[in-house]
Design a protein around this ligand. Structure first.
Ligand SMILES: NC(=O)c1ccc[n+]([C@@H]2O[C@H](COP(=O)([O-])OP(=O)(O)OC[C@H]3O[C@@H](n4cnc5c(N)ncnc54)[C@H](OP(=O)(O)O)[C@@H]3O)[C@@H](O)[C@H]2O)c1
Length: 277
């Protein structure tokens, strides 16, 4: 099952772990509480990856939420290895990807992962081999849908010829629209587009100047406005803002209720310097 279309504001777990996305959070109890708050607030799509920690975010999810409420989609990813804080390296060897899936199933304590992303396409391994093992595991019932992450247009097209791609996760936000073309393709092809770093990894949360003025007009914070802009920009978008702060979580979830007109959208784009994007 893809994320519930009525809850397009999901939650990303990358901020729930240690500095450099390495190891345990300074306050694991807070991370657990934020996850529980997210579900209590109606979030039905939680985004994670085996490499967050590594393994830490998936373990927190199980600890916070298992047994999982009905309708909750936990999307995870495999294919990135870790060498230390802020260090990531792809490994798309089929036997490694198979192990990634098996270990995520075990850590999350589930029998099937509803949405599984190839975290990176490993340039050292044929793409078809990387996707074939995921398709095998889909046939075995261990994976629901398959997604791609950090991909360009030609990779989306090539992968879609090999397997049914249901989601694409690329960096995209109000001030970084490099993936606009991929987003348009996803919209046409019925693929869910999940922008990562929707707040520009907090670049949009400290927005001052015009964007802050427009946000105030909507009785919203700049972060809320940036999230509302995403949801209005394309029906293919499901957002997954990341936070370790319970107040920010509440604000992010509430942003899905902000209503923007076409004029508001133009004003927001102009205020962020993206008017011609
Ligand atoms: N596929 C990939 O390769 C990839 C790469 C990166 C991320 N992701 C996924 O995408 C998710 C989102 O990206 P992200 O977490 O890197 O970046 P983000 O959501 O753009 O921004 C997170 C930052 O914004 C702050 N923040 C969040 N909500 C806020 C609010 N309402 N007010 C003020 N500050 C706020 C957070 O700090 P506080 O904790 O203080 O709120 C944090 O510093 C990740 O959690 C992860 O699941 C995927």
């Amino acid at each position: 099952m893809m994320p519930d279309p009525v809850c397009r504001m999901g939650f990303g777990t990358m901020q729930l772990i240690g500095p450099g996305h390495w190891g345990a959070a300074d306050d694991p109890a807070n991370s657990i509480q934020v996850l529980r708050d997210a579900v209590d607030a109606g979030v039905t799509h939680i985004d994670t990856a085996d490499s967050y920690g590594p393994f830490t975010a998936e373990k927190y999810i199980r600890k916070a939420l298992h047994p999982y409420p009905e309708g909750l989609t936990i999307a995870t990813k495999g294919g990135l290895t870790r060498q230390g804080p802020n260090q990531w390296a792809p490994c798309g060897r089929p036997e490694y990807l198979r192990q990634c899936v098996e270990m995520s199933l075990r850590r999350l304590q589930i029998e099937r992962i509803e949405l599984y992303y190839l975290h990176r396409i490993d340039p050292a391994v044929p793409m078809e081999d990387q996707l074939a093992v995921l398709a095998d595991m889909q046939r075995e019932g261990k994976l629901g849908h398959i997604g791609l992450s950090k991909v360009d247009m030609s990779q989306v097209r090539e992968a879609s010829r090999l397997v049914d791609i249901k989601a694409v996760q690329n960096k995209y936000n109000l001030t970084n629209r490099a993936s606009e073309y991929v987003l348009s393709h996803c919209e046409r092809a019925g693929i869910t587009f999940v922008p990562y770093a929707p707040l520009a990894s907090d670049g949009l949360t400290r927005a001052v100047g015009e964007l802050a003025t427009v946000a105030a007009k909507h009785d919203a914070t700049p972060a809320q406005l940036a999230l509302a802009w995403l949801l209005h920009h394309s029906p293919a978008i499901t957002a997954i803002p990341g936070t370790s702060d319970r107040t920010h979580l509440g604000e992010n979830v509430a942003a899905q209720h902000i209503r923007l007109t076409a004029e508001d959208m133009t004003e927001i784009e102009a205020a962020s310097g993206q008017g011609d994007a």
